[in-house]
Design a protein around this ligand. Structure first.
Ligand SMILES: C[S@@+](CC[C@H](N)C(=O)[O-])C[C@H]1O[C@@H](n2cnc3c(N)ncnc32)[C@H](O)[C@@H]1O
Length: 394
């Protein structure tokens, strides 16, 4: 679809490529989400999936996608060998159609170009070009800086090919807004959603999460089971600051999505941790997320976590141990998890999410499946165990 320059409404209905970034290991789950929502999958990368849609669609994606980090709407592709060429070509984009005169924007980038040593220089050139065009049009320069709470322009520049996106998320989607009290080593919300999806738990059977820390896995599981959109908690996204954003379309979309929520689930969600402070924090986080009445919290050693009959998923995310002394102590913990799975969780599917594969071996059970994920820069595995008799290694 073509649009008339200056017409913001038709601009919001223009179809383009949309790249959604995610944690490494998460693309299969992001792909599943997109297909479920009726979006096509154009390509899949190591940490992104590409689809297509309008800026209107990007509102929907920001509201509904659980495993994606940023929804990047492509506005143009250009050739630029070096920063000067970038500076010359960027003003050819009709920035004034997207950015209001008196607004604030920031530029982020992913650059792999021999002429650029520091991607901040590319950001600066891009910012200057936008500001100069806006100044020519309106005699006024929009503000810019590093904050990503308003308009965000993203540059993907590889050799001489440069793709220019609007980051319609602004702040990454992992910042759902419910984790007010983060503790040590929390899992990113978007990664936790992908991990829950990998267990195939959707509300049938129980979801047992010993060592729950700040409660991310249990909260994401509850939101999945209740069909609660992850973006409902956020009141600010990048797209809201673009020209032509319709507050009423957003309100209608939100209420339609809210109408599809469930108010009960079949299984029980139980989240426990040995730390009283962690359990208090996870209760508060669950309250902010609006799911506290669906999670049973408890302070206890992981092996004392209640495991009701009926089966389901039991999942632990123990510490990985950065220092040698810690690793020694954790060997006992990992072995204990294996014993707990074997003796206390029969009939369940057991999962260990860890960044330390040597420690994982101490669990001592035969793995049914191993999935690789990255928790930030740390390569991790989600290990699945069938907890039936005979699953213990001989
Ligand atoms: C890596 S953190 C879990 C992070 C969690 N997935 C999150 O997103 O916040 C590991 C948790 O295990 C808890 N823990 C350590 N030893 C434990 C034990 N013996 N029994 C129960 N919990 C334990 C710690 O208090 C910590 O909260």
């Amino acid at each position: 679809m073509y649009y008339i320059a200056g017409d913001c409404m038709s601009l919001w209905l223009r179809k383009s490529r949309i790249a959604i970034t995610c944690a490494k290991g998460a693309p299969p789950f992001l792909k599943k989400e997109l297909l479920f929502l009726g979006f096509p999958v154009l390509s899949t990368g190591v940490s992104e999936v590409e689809t297509e849609g309008t800026l209107e669609d990007s509102m929907k994606l920001n509201l509904l996608i659980r495993t994606g980090h940023r929804i990047l709407y492509l506005i143009d592709s250009l050739n630029a060998k070096n920063p000067d060429e970038l500076y010359k070509r960027m003003p050819l984009i009709h920035w004034e159609d997207y950015i209001p005169e008196d607004s604030y924007f920031s530029v982020t980038s992913s650059v792999n170009n021999p002429a650029i040593r520091d991607s901040r220089f590319a950001n600066l050139k891009c910012k200057d070009a936008i500001v100069d065009r806006m100044n020519d049009k309106f005699g006024k320069r929009p503000d810019s800086g590093p904050e990503r709470d308003r308009i965000v322009v993203h540059l993907y520049w590889k050799n001489d090919k440069c793709q220019v996106f609007l980051d319609t998320s602004g702040e990454p989607l992992a910042k759902r807004g419910y984790r007010k009290i983060p503790l040590k080593a929390p899992m990113q919300e978007t990664l936790a959603a992908a991990v829950v999806m990998a267990t195939c738990w959707e509300g049938k059977g129980n979801f047992i999460n010993p060592m729950s820390g700040s409660g991310t896995l249990a909260i994401e599981a509850a939101m999945i089971a209740l069909n609660r959109a992850p973006g409902l908690l956020r009141s600010n996204f990048g797209f809201m600051h673009l020209k032509g954003f319709s507050q009423s379309s957003w309100r209608i979309l939100r209420s339609r999505v809210k109408g599809g929520e469930k108010d009960k689930m079949n299984g029980r969600i139980i989240a426990t941790d040995i730390s009283q402070q962690a359990v208090e924090a996870s209760k508060k986080n669950a309250m902010t997320a609006g799911v506290e009445r669906f999670i049973e919290f408890g302070v206890c050693h992981y092996a004392e976590t209640p495991v009701p009959s009926g089966g389901g998923v039991v999942i632990v995310n123990p510490e990985y141990g950065a220092r040698m002394g810690e690793v020694e102590a954790l060997k006992v913990v990992y072995k204990g998890i294996g014993d707990f799975f074997k003796k206390g969780c029969q009939g369940y599917n057991g999962y260990v999410f860890t960044g330390n594969l040597d420690l994982a071996k101490k669990v001592g059970l035969r793995t049914k499946k191993r999935l690789a994920f990255y928790n930030g820069p740390i390569e991790c595995r989600l290990l699945e165990y069938d907890l039936y008799e005979g699953s213990l290694k001989k």
